[in-house]
Write a protein that binds this ligand. Structure first.
Ligand SMILES: [Zn+2]
Length: 510
């Protein structure tokens, strides 16, 4: 129904140029991000399954367990004879829930090293290195040093492949009283979300499709984010997307689909009308490009593939000129349709002048207003009220930030306050997830839950404690200190001059 609405105009049947499944791919992967209702429904049902799993004492959990799986866990429950529609639907989504569940290590007593899903990596949570030094039924607690409460590195490196050992050592270990728990891997909070489950279902479907067709994945090759980041009106972005996805109804495409016999160009009549001919090699298009004042070397090409042409031009032009280039493409196509359906042609010089004017006005309307820029320059650290001590924290972790570094930085800040004997504390950082994790009362299911719980326990020793989030511009000193320490791989005994400068400049603004 949605596909019909998208392709058809005024209740007439039109060609569906791109298949529905591709339209449901994300915009980055070459689709339009339409919602695949079947996958979305499964994600909603999986949310119900998660609720039954995470709230075993709720009424619905107790009723369904008593009727359908009194002797099993939910994840191993059978469908059973004569299931109700409710149970059948929820049961059908359990496999989705299973694909995203893994164990979060607490004391490691209930997780089997081999057979249970517990490695924090994106594709497979199971250990694949076969057992050697440890028995096959060993639990994860065997890998933890009992006295120190840290991973036994030597044992881990001798038992697992390098990649798996690194994954294990990346798991934070907190207080050993912390028990193991099942979490949803695909959301930072560790709790199930419909959005992450929907994305997972789509990825699993695409992987299954690619396994059937074989060859390199089109989704891995494509990265069409650049289309949606163009500085042009939405209709031009959609036009560029249509060109790249082969859905412009040029005559060669129409003949390919047996709509017409005629495939020669409407204007010059001497070549087949393909998208690249219409936009680049046709005499009319060449006149437009010559008048555009874009350098010839930036758009000249002998490629017959429109996507390669766009990619080539994109490398040669800056974003503003490429926006102008994309708008010209749209207008060449618009002008071709005017000629075809209304028998009205536009002179190349008039067309180029109009597009230049439109594009200039569009860019001017989107530029940042001076008032916003000056507001940002006024941002600075805000001091606490009297008798309070504010501690700002931050961490720098290259590209692999998963919250462990930021949470550990918050823990270190709290420990520092205790060591210093301070009592009235405000903890401030720019990582919203960490602050949320500290503020909420319930135990966090995130992978850094054990560190967050440790912070909460330590905070009880203060006479007054609060944690608040700020934007990065107000946390510059901590941010810069973390960045420098990460680059130099060292701990500074005295404040580096770059950080001292920030502190002094912010003090002068207070
Ligand atoms: Zn032509």
């Amino acid at each position: 129904m949605i596909a019909n609405y998208w392709w058809n105009k005024k209740d007439t049947y039109k060609i569906h140029w791109v298949k529905w499944d591709t339209l449901c791919d994300s915009k980055r992967d070459g689709g339009l991000g339409f919602r695949d209702l079947d996958s979305f429904n499964t994600a909603l049902l999986a949310k119900q399954a998660w609720r039954i799993l995470s709230r075993p004492d709720s009424l619905i959990s107790r009723v369904l367990r008593a009727k359908y799986f009194p002797n099993h866990d939910l994840l191993e429950a059978p469908l059973g004879p004569k299931p109700s529609l409710t149970w059948r639907s929820i049961w059908g989504s359990i496999h989705t829930l299973q694909s995203g569940l893994r164990w979060r290590v607490g004391d490691g007593n209930t997780i089997h090293i081999w057979g249970d899903k517990w490695l924090p990596r994106s594709h497979n949570f199971l250990v694949s290195t076969p057992p050697s030094l440890l028995p096959a039924n060993a639990t994860v607690s065997a890998l933890i040093d009992d006295d120190l409460g840290i991973w036994n590195r030597d044992l881990i490196f001798s038992c697992f492949s390098e990649e798996e050992a690194a994954a294990i050592l990346s798991i934070p270990l907190g207080n050993r009283v912390f028990t193991d728990s099942l979490i949803w891997h695909f959301d930072r909070s560790g709790s199930f979300t419909v959005r992450s489950a929907y994305r997972l279902i789509r990825e699993l479907k695409a992987a299954a499709r690619e396994a059937l067709t074989g060859g390199p994945s089109v989704r891995q090759i494509r990265n069409w984010d650049w289309i949606w980041k163009l500085h042009v009106p939405p209709k031009v972005k959609h036009f560029v997307w249509s060109c790249c996805s082969g859905s412009i109804p040029v005559r060669s495409q129409l003949r390919h689909r047996n709509v017409t016999e005629e495939a020669s160009c409407l204007r010059c009549g001497c070549e087949e009308e393909t998208t690249i001919h219409c936009l680049y090699s046709c005499t009319y298009a060449r006149q437009i490009w010559a008048l555009s004042e874009l350098p010839y070397s930036s758009y000249s090409s002998d490629s017959s593939d429109i996507e390669s042409w766009f990619n080539q031009v994109r490398k040669n032009l800056d974003s503003k000129d490429f926006g102008f280039f994309s708008s010209l493409c749209w207008w060449i196509w618009f002008s071709r349709n005017k000629l075809m359906w209304e028998d009205r042609d536009t002179q190349p010089q008039i067309l180029v002048n109009s597009v230049r004017g439109f594009h200039r006005r569009f860019v001017a309307s989107r530029s940042i207003t001076p008032s916003t820029a000056s507001n940002r320059s006024n941002l600075h650290w805000i001091p606490p009220s009297s008798n309070y001590i504010k501690i700002n924290f931050d961490a720098a972790v290259g590209n692999s930030g998963d919250g462990v570094a930021e949470t550990t930085a918050a823990l270190r800040a709290v420990q520092f306050a205790i060591e210093s004997g301070w009592q009235r504390i405000i903890l401030e950082g720019d990582c919203l997830n960490v602050i949320k994790g500290i503020v909420i009362r319930e135990a966090s299911l995130s992978s850094v839950g054990c560190i967050l719980e440790e912070i909460k326990v330590l905070c009880r020793s203060f006479s007054s404690f609060s944690a608040c989030h700020t934007i990065r511009e107000n946390n510059r000193a901590a941010h810069e200190l973390a960045r420098l320490a990460y680059l130099d791989s060292c701990f500074y005994p005295v404040l580096p001059s770059a950080v001292l400068e920030i502190v002094l400049s912010e003090l002068s603004l207070i």
